[in-house]
Design a protein around this ligand. Structure first.
Ligand code: B12
Ligand code: SF4
Length: 444
C-alpha cells in the first residue's frame, strides 16, 4: 500500500490541492492500493499539532505501507519534518518520499536535514509510479542501490548528494487519469466560501510563463493545456460520480490563453452542466467577452492577484502587468457580475511609504468586493531568495525557512507599521479586508 499525505487538517475541510489526487490516480491505474491521509483522525479532545501528528503517524503505521509520500510546502516545512520523524520511528523500513514546492526548491538541504529517504524534484506522476514498481518488485533493502535508475529523484548516497537526470514535466496532460477524488473523503467536506457549495480543485492547464520575483513558479515556464472537452469530462465525472458541483479552478492565471479559456467556458455551457466555480487571474487577461462567458459558464468568484498599486513596484517584481491592466481586468469581471477578491502584498521590491499609499488608494478605488492584504514573505526557489541584491532588497533568514525582507526604503519595522495602518484604513473604508499575517516569526 502507498500512503500519501498532504497538509493534514482537522474536519471540516473545504479545499485540497490536486497533487496527491493525481499521483494516487496514476498509481491506482497501475494496480497499486493507495490511501490519501489529508485529515487527522477524529480528535475532539485536542488541537495540539504534536499530538495530532502522533495520532496520524499511528494510524498510518497500522496500515504498514510500503511507501509513504508527503507533499511539503515551505510554510509547513517544520511540521512535515516533525511528522516524518514520527513515521520513521514507527516504520523504520518504509520508503519515505517527499515532493512539492519545498523539496523542489531546496532538495539538498531537505535530504540532509530530514528523515526522508528521497525527494522528487518536479512533477511526480511518472517518478512515483516507477518508484512504486521497483518497490513492488521487491527491490527493498537499501533503496539507494536502485534509485539511480529513476529520473527526477534526489537523495544522499554515502554522504554524497545524488541528483538523477531531471524528468520533464508531463507533456500530454490528456494522458493522465482524472484525479482520485474518491480518496478524499468528500462526505466530510463543507461548502467552499467562494462557491457556496462543496467543491473540488481542477486544472485546465499547468505551467506559467511569468517570472514574478515572489513566486517559485512550481509548474515551470512551459504551459501545457488540457483539451477543453477533457476538462469538462472531469467536471461531469465529479458532478455525476460524487454529487459535487462546485469547482476551484487552480490554474495559475485563468484566461492566460484567451481562446482556451473561452473554449472551456463554452464546453461547460454546451453540455448544460450546472456547475459553480471560482478561478484566479490578474491583469487584463480577462476582457468583457471572457468575463461574460465565464459568468455564463457558472463562474461566480474570482481571486485577483493585483499585488501593488504602483507600476514601479510591479515592474521591479517582474509581475508582468501594470496597474492600468489590472484595472481593465477588474472592470470586466465586475461588469459581468462576478464577485472579485483582490489580493495585495506589502513589502515587495521597491516598496516605500509612497508606494504603500498607492496600493491602499488602488485597493479602495479598484472596485473589488473584498480586499486581502498580505505581508510579503520570501520563499526558497523565488527570485528574491536566490538573488536579493538584484531586486534591491535585503533578506533576513531564520530557522525553518522563515524569512523576511527589507527594501532600500523600508525596514522590517516600517513595513509592519505601514501594513497595519493600511489594513486599518481599508477596514474603515468599509472593506471586508482579510489580512494574511505572515509577520511574526518564532525566532524574532
Ligand atoms: C490549491 C492551492 C492551495 C489550497 C490547497 C493547499 C493544499 N495544502 O493542498 C489552499 C487554498 C488551502 C492553499 C493554501 C496555501 N498556499 Co497554496 N496553492 C495552491 C495551488 C494554487 C495549486 C496546488 C495544486 O493543486 N497544484 C497542481 C498539482 C498537480 O501540482 P502540485 O501540487 O505541485 O503537485 C505535483 C508536484 O509538486 C509533485 N508532488 C507534490 N506533492 C508530492 C508528493 C510526493 C510524494 C511526490 C512523489 C510528488 C509530489 O507531484 C505533483 C503532481 O505532478 C498552488 C500553486 C500551483 N500552481 O501549484 C499554490 C501553492 C502551493 N500555495 C502556496 C502557498 C504559499 C500557500 C499558503 C501558504 C498561502 C498563504 N499565505 O496562506 C497557504 C498554506 C498552504 C498549506 N498549509 O499547505 C505556494 C507554496 C510555495 C512554497 N514554496 O511552498 C504555492 C506554490 C503558490 C505559489 N506559486 O507560490 N493553497
Ligand atoms: S505568481 Fe502566478 S503569475 Fe507569477 S510566476 Fe507565479 S504562478 Fe505565474
Amino acid at each position: 500500500m502507498v500512503a500519501l499525505i498532504a497538509g493534514p487538517q482537522k474536519d471540516p475541510r473545504c479545499a485540497q490541492g490536486m497533487g496527491l489526487p493525481y499521483l494516487a490516480a496514476v498509481l491506482e491505474e497501475a494496480g497499486f492500493e493507495v490511501r490519501i491521509f489529508d485529515r487527522y483522525p477524529p480528535s475532539p479532545d485536542t488541537d495540539d499539532p504534536a499530538v495530532l501528528d502522533e495520532r496520524l503517524a499511528d494510524a498510518i503505521a497500522r496500515e504498514q505501507p510500503a511507501i509513504v509520500g508527503m507533499t511539503v510546502h515551505t510554510p509547513d516545512y517544520v511540521a512535515r519534518v516533525r511528522l516524518a520523524r514520527l513515521l520513521r520511528e514507527r516504520l523504520p523500513h518504509t520508503l519515505l518520499i517527499a515532493g512539492g514546492h519545498h523539496p523542489l526548491s531546496e532538495p539538498e538541504h531537505f535530504i540532509r536535514n530530514t528523515d526522508f529517504d528521497v525527494c522528487v524534484v518536479g512533477e511526480g506522476e511518472e517518478t512515483l509510479l516507477e518508484v512504486a514498481r521497483q518497490v513492488a518488485r521487491g527491490r527493498g533493502g537499501d533503496a539507494k542501490d536502485w534509485l539511480w535508475d529513476i529520473r527526477g529523484l534526489a537523495y544522499d548516497r554515502e554522504g554524497r548528494m545524488v541528483f538523477n537526470h531531471p524528468r520533464s514535466p508531463v507533456a500530454e496532460l490528456g494522458s493522465l487519469p482524472f484525479p482520485a477524488h474518491h480518496l478524499l473523503g468528500l462526505e466530510s467536506y463543507v461548502p467552499h466560501p467562494n462557491t457556496g457549495v462543496v467543491s473540488q480543485g481542477i486544472l485546465t492547464y499547468r505551467g506559467c510563463p511569468m517570472g514574478c520575483a515572489f513566486c517559485c513558479n512550481p509548474q515551470g515556464p512551459h504551459v501545457r493545456r488540457r483539451s477543453p472537452s477533457k476538462v469538462v469530462d472531469e467536471m461531469a465525472h465529479v458532478v455525476h460520480g460524487f454529487g459535487v458541483r462546485g469547482f476551484n479552478v487552480y490554474d495559475n492565471l485563468f484566461a492566460l490563453h484567451r481562446e482556451h479559456a473561452l473554449a472551456v467556458c463554452d464546453e461547460i455551457r454546451r453540455r448544460g452542466l450546472e456547475v459553480v466555480w471560482d478561478a484566479w487571474t490578474a491583469g487584463g487577461l480577462v476582457d468583457d467577452e471572457v468575463a461574460r462567458r465565464m459568468r455564463a459558464a457558472g463562474c461566480i468568484h474570482v481571486g485577483f492577484g493585483a499585488e501593488s498599486g504602483d507600476d514601479k513596484v510591479l515592474a521591479r517584481t517582474q509581475r508582468g502587468f501594470t496597474v492600468a491592466r489590472h484595472q481593465t481586468g477588474l472592470d470586466a469581471l465586475k461588469a459581468a457580475g462576478l464577485r472579485v477578491h483582490a489580493f495585495f502584498l506589502i513589502g515587495l521590491p521597491g516598496e516605500s511609504a509612497e508606494t504603500v499609499r498607492q496600493t491602499v488608494e488602488f485597493a479602495k478605488r479598484c472596485g473589488a468586493d473584498e480586499v486581502c492584504l498580505g505581508i510579503h514573505r520570501p520563499f526558497p526557489g523565488t527570485g528574491v531568495w536566490r538573488d536579493p541584491a538584484a531586486y534591491g532588497v535585503r533578506l533576513v533568514k531564520g530557522p525553518g525557512f522563515e524569512a523576511y525582507m527589507e527594501t532600500e526604503h523600508l525596514s522590517r519595522a516600517a513595513i509592519l507599521e505601514l501594513a497595519e495602518q493600511a489594513g486599518e484604513e481599508l477596514k474603515q473604508s468599509g472593506f471586508t479586508a482579510g489580512f494574511l499575517r505572515c509577520d511574526r516569526y518564532a525566532w524574532e
